[in-house]
Design a protein around this ligand. Structure first.
Ligand SMILES: C[S@@+](CC[C@H](N)C(=O)[O-])C[C@H]1O[C@@H](n2cnc3c(N)ncnc32)[C@H](O)[C@@H]1O
Length: 216
């Protein structure tokens, strides 16, 4: 059963675009793209043989798919329209982009889903002349944020960096549930901390920002 997270990412890849799935693992994203009618070149890349072989097996009935053993895009030498980076950490993603900056700058879109530190990612993207053009939040045992990126400038304020400019505008039910749960969790932590604890102020400020954002 392919995860809701991967399905959401697949929906964001336009049918007319070729793409590279960096860290493809099982290759499910390519599978869904083919099922969705995308007939363009797909490059499945991973830095480990095991996952790449799983992708090869899962995709043996499809053509126009290249399998490349590569750390990031170092061994990928065909430019695609879209690059996908999903299920990895912020630092890994940032380093993969920096190692092949020209490739990413020549993509029509980049789709990124990092497992944590999404705010740091937003800040880094805006500092490096990438702009967010769409965002999705989904819940599947935990909350995931998916960013669609293009080349260009964006100016984000502190609130947009923290919550996401498009997620903030939309304030979907999933988004509201996410922050209500976070506020409850942080309030529980605060209840257990004594008044002099060094983390107290930081957590209180975070809770206030979330409450204010939900009320606005
Ligand atoms: C947690 S899996 C995520 C798989 C899939 N992208 C997803 O979202 O479900 C991370 C995959 O990225 C691969 N990976 C980690 N670092 C990488 C790198 N520097 N270059 C290419 N692949 C990498 C791992 O081998 C693994 O298959």
């Amino acid at each position: 059963m392919i995860s809701k997270r991967i399905r959401e990412i697949a929906k964001l890849i336009k049918k007319e675009y070729s793409f590279v799935d960096i860290g493809c693992d099982h290759g499910y994203l390519a599978l869904l793209a083919r099922e969705n009618g995308n007939k363009n070149l797909i490059i499945c890349s991973d830095n480990k043989e095991g996952p790449l072989n799983n992708a090869r097996k899962n995709l043996e009935n499809y053509n126009n798919i290249l399998f490349v053993l590569s750390d990031g895009l170092k061994e990928v030498n065909i430019q695609t329209d879209v690059a996908v980076l999903a299920g990895m950490g912020y630092l890994t993603v940032k380093n993969i982009i920096l190692d092949s900056l020209d490739y990413f700058k020549n993509c029509k879109q980049i789709i990124i889903q990092v497992n944590q530190n999404v705010s740091l990612l937003r800040k880094w993207l805006s500092d490096n002349d990438f702009k967010i053009v769409a965002e999705r939040m989904i819940y599947e045992y935990k909350y995931y944020e998916i960013l669609v990126i293009e080349n260009g400038k964006m100016k984000l304020n502190e609130e947009q960096i923290m919550f996401g400019p498009y997620l903030l505008k939309e304030k979907s039910e999933t988004f509201i549930d996410c922050y209500k749960k976070q506020i409850n969790k942080l309030n529980k932590i605060l209840n257990d901390l004594n008044n002099e604890h060094p983390d107290r102020l930081k957590i209180e400020k975070k809770v206030l920002k979330m409450k204010k954002m939900l009320e606005d």
